[in-house]
Design a protein around this ligand. Structure first.
Ligand SMILES: Cc1cc2nc3c(=O)[nH]c(=O)nc-3n(C[C@H](O)[C@H](O)[C@H](O)COP(=O)(O)OP(=O)(O)OC[C@H]3O[C@@H](n4cnc5c(N)ncnc54)[C@H](O)[C@@H]3O)c2cc1C
Length: 416
């Protein structure tokens, strides 16, 4: 049955929902407070990562995080605040960072990721522009200790049925023919892929427009009217919008939106940075993570993007920390010693907020509190990767069909 669906948020998650819902014949309105050409879904590293089956909340993360907190150039930081949300998020993270949680979550994340990759393969057939490529993801390391950790992670991923190669220093250089690499070895996740996020977003936007999606850009949702366990309408500064179903895909701002529905969504912003070299004369050809500095490197068409850092903070903290950006540049130069990567000019520095749940899993599903609201957020470092799967599952939920994969672990009302 055709429904009127209102989506809040025009990042990769909101746009993917709009894409699949409009294809299924629904009448879709998408609201975003900004123009749909900026934000977290544009400057990210563009990696599609079925290999990322181990959620952020995992054993060892707390002690590693503590060590990183002491280094001003490190890839991880929690901005200390005496704030109820941060304390509760921290407690939930602590409760989730155990082996049982990891073991239960891995198959669910793998299945969601593989569904998304399959959908990306379909999308790539409609647009060469998005520069979708399947070259895998190379985890590069410079020390034995990190090498052991990465090899262990690689073995776990392999045991879940994904293709993984363990490479020596020489094998790394053979695979990475674009640039000299300073690493003692690598783990190659062959199931992974990558694309150009900006081009993907443009493709989705144009396809949605063709499918009749109505976009309300530069329009902020100010209040949501709830009665009898149902959303009745959404009010912006200029109008009141009524739908049959509502999708909350507001990224790092989703907990504020959920609060208006009486739903407590534990979610914090994980700020990260990137910069892009346009058409550099030399560049690596395989997407890689430079493990010691957790820097992501992605060839995108002719360009090359470096991204990294995870600063757990709040959405008003929009400052770009120059020291941490310097950390990204130093890591990149240390792994690619012949590239001479320069510190990016102010106008080329980008930041985005990853919407981070405390257990490292997204929130996808209907809350039992509000019968016509679907929550789709909390994808943290994997929003691009999991976008199409999330969009297509939201469309199934609205059609009252069974989701394509098991989404029990992603329930928005779950306890930690
Ligand atoms: C440096 C970096 C590298 C990354 N690399 C990767 C990667 O390689 N692969 C990957 O899968 N992921 C990656 N990510 C993560 C990915 O970018 C995010 O998970 C994803 O963009 C989140 O998408 P979203 O749609 O949930 O949120 P967003 O893109 O933030 O979109 C949410 C939208 O909701 C709107 N909104 C919120 N509240 C309101 C309101 N009240 N009224 C109107 N509009 C509202 C906002 O304006 C915003 O446009 C990376 C992130 C960073 C920072």
């Amino acid at each position: 049955m055709e429904k009127k669906v209102v989506i809040v948020g025009g990042g990769i998650i909101g746009l993917s929902c709009a894409y699949y819902l409009s294809q299924d014949g629904h009448q879709v309105t998408l609201i975003d407070r900004g123009k749909i050409d900026s934000g977290c879904s544009f400057g990210n590293a563009g990696m599609i990562v079925p290999s990322h089956v181990i959620p952020l909340a995992a054993p060892g993360m707390i002690s590693q995080g503590m060590r990183w907190m002491l280094n001003s150039k490190s890839p991880f930081y929690v901005k200390p605040r005496l704030n109820k949300e941060l304390i509760s998020w921290g407690k939930n993270f602590y409760r989730s960072a155990n082996e049982q949680h990891v073991n239960r979550s891995m198959p669910a994340l793998r299945d969601l990721s593989l569904l998304s990759k399959q959908l990306y393969q379909d999308l790539a057939k409609h647009s060469a522009e998005i520069a979708y490529e399947e070259k895998g993801l190379l985890m590069l390391f410079q020390s034995d200790k990190v090498g052991e950790e990465e090899t262990h992670a690689g073995e776990i991923v392999k045991s879940l049925g994904l293709e993984v190669d363990f490479l020596s220093k020489e094998e790394v250089q053979q695979l990475e023919s674009g640039s000299k690499v300073n690493a003692i070895g690598g783990v190659h996740f062959k199931s992974d892929a990558h694309l150009y996020p900006h081009k993907l977003m443009q493709f989705l936007l144009e396809s949605c427009r063709k499918n009749g999606v109505e976009f309300k850009e530069e329009t902020e949702v100010e209040s949501i009217k709830v009665e009898n366990g149902k959303i009745q309408s959404i009010s912006t500064s200029s109008e009141t919008i009524v739908g049959d179903e509502y999708v909350i895909a507001g990224g790092s701002w989703s907990s504020d939106l959920a609060k208006q529905l009486g739903i407590k969504l534990s979610l914090l912003a994980g700020k990260g940075y990137s910069f892009t070299l346009m058409n550099p004369s030399e560049r690596p050809i395989i997407p890689s993570i430079l493990c010691e500095g957790k820097v992501a490197v992605t060839p995108m068409g002719k360009d090359l993007r470096f991204g990294g850092t995870m600063e757990i903070t709040h959405v008003r903290d929009t400052k770009i920390n120059q020291k941490r950006l310097q950390g990204i540049v130093e890591t990149a130069n240390s792994f690619y010693p012949e590239m001479d990567i320069q510190f990016p000019k102010k106008e080329n520095q980008w930041y985005g907020f990853r919407p981070c749940s405390p257990d490292g899993l997204p929130y996808i599903g209907r809350s039992i509190k509000i019968s016509n609201a679907i929550i789709a957020t909390g994808h943290a470092m994997m929003g691009l990767s999991l976008g199409p799967a999330t969009g297509s599952i939201v469309s199934s939920i609205i059609a009252e069909k069974e989701a394509q994969v098991n989404i029990e672990r992603f329930h928005p009302d779950r306890r930690f």
